[in-house]
Write a protein that binds this ligand. Structure first.
Ligand code: NAD
Length: 308
């Protein structure tokens, strides 16, 4: 018996058109699950659903804004109508808005908290209600938090939203264990996704230097963790914040670390999915890591900081 086998399982992943969510969707499908791709970006999301079908799994795209309760409820209903049931809900859609806190607008604060915290809560609620109907089998909920719940690296809206996801995960795990529902979260570090595409080569080199495992994280590095939390292998694991950061947050002094072996992943391999995602979004890939077309304001900040 393969404890990690997801054959026959029915999953949904939010924010799955590109980036981390696409990585989760691919991993779950490769482990055997049928996977619904849920996103605001219909054009790219449909391409991702097509890729999932190319692995021989069933898939559908559902357009849904996770901040809207009626859309979230309708999304879960649409997935159940197609798949007949739901076993795994991966709540991953998230955003970040750059800016110092002294002038951060209330509107931007509400946007970030709305997607990252309220959106995940609405999805978890709708999934849990479906799992409760399917008892005694229950189900697995996996939220994307971040190492930003533990370190101060962005701004209050983003970091507070991720701290909120960790505590929400623990509370829901405590409440819904009674229904055989496991609720866990995954906390990545810096992942080369469209969200984090503006990372000049100097920044990538610095991340490699400061990270014990020596390379910049890719969506592929979450394949194992998400399959573990979705599978029977984690049946007694609940309320966990699974930090997947290559040891980045262990380096409290933020000093360059020496290496004795080449890292498992080369700089070229770090960007494989990012190139894929930008192509799917019909955007250019910038070898210098600036990727101006996605987040001009972040690109500008880096260009100023590095004199590029
Ligand atoms: N990239 C990183 O370095 C990093 C690190 C730690 C945690 N995270 C978290 O991982 C998650 C995924 O991030 P990513 O880097 O893949 O981001 P991304 O921007 O590359 O992709 C996010 C996807 O979510 C979708 N989305 C945004 N708002 C939505 C909404 N309201 N409803 C439905 N879909 C919506 C977007 O269309 C997009 O397809 C987020 O929660 C993010 O905070 C990212």
């Amino acid at each position: 018996m393969n404890l990690f086998d997801l054959t026959g399982k029915k999953a949904l992943v939010t924010g799955a058109a590109v980036g981390i969510g696409r990585g989760y969707a691919v991993a779950l499908a490769q482990a055997g699950a049928d996977v619904a791709v849920v996103d605001l970006d219909e054009k790219t999301g449909r391409k991702t659903a097509e890729e999932i079908r190319s692995f021989g799994r069933n898939s559908l795209f559902v357009r849904c804004d996770v901040t809207k309760k009626e859309q979230v409820d309708a999304m879960v209903a649409a997935v159940v109508e197609t798949f007949g049931r739901l076993d795994i809900g991966v709540n991953n859609a998230g955003i970040g808005i750059l800016g110092g806190d002294e002038n951060f607008s209330l509107d931007d604060w509400n946007k970030v908290i709305g997607v990252n915290l309220t959106g995940m809560y609405l999805c978890a609620q709708a999934e849990a209600r479906q799992f409760m109907k399917q008892n005694p089998v229950g189900g697995k909920i996996i939220n994307t938090a971040s190492m930003s719940a533990r370190i101060c690296n962005c701004n209050a809206s983003y970091n507070a939203s991720k701290g909120g996801v960790v505590e929400m995960t623990r509370m829901l795990a405590a409440e819904w264990g009674a229904y055989n529902i496991n609720v866990n979260c995954i906390s990545p570090s810096y992942i080369l996704s469209p969200m984090h595409a503006s990372t000049p080569l100097e920044v990538r080199a610095r991340i490699r230097e400061l990270t014990p495992l020596g390379y910049v994280q890719r969506p592929e590095d979450l394949y194992g963790p998400v399959v573990f939390l979705a599978s029977e292998a984690s049946n007694y694991v609940t309320g966990l914040d699974l930090l997947v950061d290559g040891g980045h947050t262990l380096n409290a002094w933020l000093t360059p670390l020496g290496r004795t072996a080449l890292p498992r992943v080369s700089p070229e391999q770090e960007t494989v999915q990012l190139k894929h995602d930008l192509t799917a979004m019909e955007l250019p890939f910038d070898e210098n890591g600036i990727n101006e077309s996605l987040h001009p304001e972040i690109a500008d900040a880096f260009k100023t900081a590095f004199g590029l």
